[in-house]
Design a protein. Sequence first.
Length: 404
Amino acid sequence: MIRLFAVVFLLLFLATPARAHVVGSGADLRVTQTFGAGEVTLVIAGVSRVPAPLRVSAQAVTPSSLRLELELRSLTDGSRSTGSVSVGQQPAALQALQSGPHELRVRAGDEIAVIPFRVLVVGAALWEMLLDGAFVVVGLLLVIGVLAGRLSRPIVGGASAAAAVAAVVMLLEPHLSAAQPEGAAPRTGLGRPYAQGRFSTLPARPAAGSEFTLALRLTDGSTGRPVDDLAVHHEASAHLVVTSQDGAVFRHVHPLRTAPGVLAVRLRLPQPGRYLAYAEIERQESGGQLLSGAFEVSGAAQPYAPAQEPAAPRLTPPTPAAASPVTIEVSPEGPVQPWLGMPGHLIVRSADGVHLAHAHGTRTEGSALRFTLTLPEPGRYLAWAQYAAGGRLVTRPFTVEVAR
Ligand SMILES: [Cu+2]
């Protein structure tokens, strides 16, 4: 038995994998982008090997005829592949020739988003191959035994030894690490500094009712260099909430990465005055971060229909207290579809704009959406529940009074 352990450990630590086979087909990457013409979730299907076709499809909550021109570029060797895709139609088949860093350029009309991502090819760890091998040996020896009409001692011994190897590997499995995928970014394990964010508009003073660009420039809090390592979280590399100071106007959008460290989105806001912007981002190997800023819209108010009818939420307790959890239930008028990977979203802003919270909902048995959150200070909060239902994105505003 001791000799067997020695053999297993030698195999585990000394031998190198002879073949890199596949233990999964890789995970899809879902990135939501808000173009002027509408919001689209790009789904980049995982590949299990390279070269291979890289399928990219486009999905949207609301019906859309948006057509996207795609260009895939490997940052390793510069190889390119192009295609196009329409929302809800057949995926485009681009060619992934390499693992490692890539950029997907997505053009909709005159807007271009450049999505950085990595093609990962997952090889098997040595111990996984050892486990597979041991099972194959057990199976083969048993088949040979059955065919030979009897189980001779060498066959039983060999099968037992292979079974023992499999058992040992399975026992050790929780302590063994999976193989590092080919093409993965090196990890430092150190985390990264906060990004500094600066909001700006183009033109500098947008007019109510006219389209303008809201940009967010991200720089590394340590080096001052552009931050270009945003992790996709909740199906977007940044979640941007824009509200008028009075809360009457609300937007939740997913800006395009137009250049390293630059996120931009086109907006058209109906009412002049001061607007507050909040961006949720997450750098790779780091935690989430909320960046905020403000800008002014000039001109005369445009007629507009407030997005949706207000919600009549059910609060538990009915009068929430500061710094203690409150459960909020909102009842959609029909079945909800996932949006950004969740059945529902709740965004809550303090009346003064100092505090912003974003909670995700779960579905209750009575098909309501339930959110749990804790608001830090007493006072009035503006809330917007969001979900996708019946082929549209529904936003339902309401207010929450928090007692002392
Ligand atoms: Cu979002």
